[in-house]
Design a protein around this ligand. Structure first.
Ligand code: BG6
Length: 516
């Protein structure tokens, strides 16, 4: 990753990205398997549109969408054009823009071509070879069960060989396996066809500016790193809670559940950004090796430190929500968890004895993604007359979303003749300091694949190490028929999650608080 991309005082970071990159990505054919899929519509197309707008795509860049159903260049372009228009109507959409810049869209759509093929059928994929030369990026925007088959097929069709200085790269989406063994198998099948340097395992959390900013904050400032260790930190809370339920995704969610959906990928990426040792550079191998060393130090989770919940009917922010078990595609006696809380222990010199608590869930009372570093309580002697509960320990919140910024919790004197303390906050908000352009987070990631920067992508060993940590919980749950603890939609989750912290004398940060 270009450090300028992370550390920028420019008021327009996205434009800065364009300027600092100063080079367009090399010419390339992007082949998207799953041309009609949701990912292509909601995330890849807006990201490409933004890259056109930023002037980062070469004139020789083109896209071929592959899918099973009949279609033409025109019909595919129209379909995606309609989705782009929808984005102008919904300010809550993942990508909202008040209007579509027609020049950008024409420039992008004119390079988009449709190719009908069943990607599981090698015979049908062979014809694609005639359309492929030079640099090629294959994007697996398909269901995870097809990842290995498609890669094997493009390998057999002779499309993955890197010759004459041209690259052949593959982006693999999540979920990457469903446990340690399946992740190892998937890695083995991909690595039988490709070199590790050709594989880009994507995690969209790493496309978020606020997640990348964790590195900027930790390593671009001198004041945090000396405190960032067990001598000063009491514990860390990592939260990714949502108000949305499973909605129409029951068929995907039933065999997946909250743990597989969020923990070994997204929350482990947050964990790595917060807890890894400072890398000597932002080069891909250095950063990924620092993550690997951290993950190796994270102890396999103890089943008693893994809490699961499932939402029952309730009301989320005034909206009636049906029970998870009554959602389409979900079994009436489902034991799939929609909430998980974990306590993790890291055995290294920096973090030994500092618990890292993680939680994620659906249909909760608030939408909040954040990391909160709780520092140790100051010695109390000088405030002997101040009630203990007024002495708020310091905490540093890295606000990922919806609020984007950093908040430091402090104690300050309440004005008046007595020495009374009150909790106050110092906060930085992205929107106050920078002008933000609408983006979906995939812009940086796609650009990085095109220029061959794998820093924000997961290496095979990173993925397997994360699964190794959570595997004991998955195994214990599979063997325990009692299923997840119910919690009403619109609450903060199951009581067991509160008990997990309470037994350590701690409590979760409220989900519905208003930070400043
Ligand atoms: C996805 C999960 O990977 O991440 C979803 O499959 C989840 O279940 C989503 O809602 C959360 O991402 P974000 O960017 O909306 O926080």
């Amino acid at each position: 990753m270009d450090p300028k991309q992370v550390v920028s005082s420019d008021p327009q970071p996205r434009q800065k990205l364009a300027a600092s990159a100063s080079a367009k990505a090399p010419p390339c054919t992007l082949i998207i398997f799953g041309a009609h899929g949701d990912l292509t519509k909601r995330l890849l197309t807006p990201a490409l549109y933004n890259l056109v707008g930023a002037g980062l795509l070469d004139d020789g860049f083109k896209v071929i969408g592959v899918d099973r159903v009949d279609g033409s260049d025109e019909s595919w372009r129209d379909e995606l054009g309609q989705t782009m228009q929808e984005f102008t109507k919904d300010p809550d959409a993942e990508f909202y823009t008040p209007e579509i810049n027609q020049d950008w869209w024409k420039s992008l759509s004119g390079r988009m071509h449709y190719y009908k093929a069943d990607f599981t059928d090698i015979g049908q994929l062979e014809g694609l070879k005639a359309h492929v030369s030079g640099n090629v990026l294959f994007y697996m925007a398909v269901a995870s069960r097809f990842f290995a088959t498609v890669v094997e097929n493009i390998g057999k069709a002779g499309m993955t060989k890197e010759e004459d200085g041209a690259f052949r790269r593959v982006v693999v989406e999540k979920p990457f396996g469903s446990d340690l063994v399946s992740a190892q198998e998937l890695n083995a099948r991909l690595l039988a066809v490709l070199d590790e340097t050709q594989i880009y395992r994507i995690d969209h959390f790493l496309g978020k500016e606020t997640v990348q900013n964790i590195l900027a904050m930790r390593f671009g400032n001198g004041i945090f790193e000396p405190l960032w260790r067990r001598e000063y930190v009491d514990h860390v809370q990592i939260t990714a809670c949502e108000t949305v339920g499973v909605e129409g995704r029951g068929a995907f969610y039933e065999p997946t559940g909250a743990l597989r959906d969020m923990i070994p990928n997204h929350l482990f990426q947050l964990l790595s950004m917060v807890a890894m040792e400072p890398p000597n550079s932002f080069s891909a191998e250095t950063v990924r090796t620092a993550k690997e060393q951290l993950f190796e130090a994270v102890q396999p989770v103890r089943p008693e430190n893994a809490i699961r919940g499932q939402y029952t009917a309730g009301s989320v922010q005034g909206r009636e929500v049906q029970a998870y078990r009554d959602s389409p595609g979900v079994a009436h006696d489902s034991v799939t968890e929609t909430y998980v809380a974990l306590k993790l222990e890291i055995e290294n010199w920096r973090w030994s004895g500092v618990p890292f608590y993680m939680r994620t869930g659906k249909s909760l009372t608030g939408r909040l993604t954040e990391v909160v570093v709780h520092f140790r309580q100051a010695p109390l002697a000088v405030f002997a007359d101040t009630p203990i509960d007024k002495l708020a320990p310091n905490n540093l919140t890295l606000n990922i979303q919806p609020r984007q910024g950093i908040t430091l919790g402090l104690s300050a004197k309440i004005p008046g003749p007595k020495m009374d303390l009150g909790a106050v906050q110092m906060s930085f908000r992205y929107e106050d300091a920078f002008s933000l352009t609408p983006n979906v987070g995939y812009e940086t990631l796609l650009y990085d694949v095109l220029i061959g920067d794998a820093t924000l992508f997961q290496r095979a060993d990173n993925i397997e190490a994360a699964w190794r940590v959570v595997d004991p919980a998955l195994k214990a749950w599979a063997a325990d028929a009692s299923g997840p603890e119910p919690y009403a939609a619109g609450t903060a989750g199951p009581a067991g999650a509160d008990a997990l912290l309470k037994r350590d004398g701690r409590q979760w940060m409220p989900l519905d608080r208003d930070d400043g």
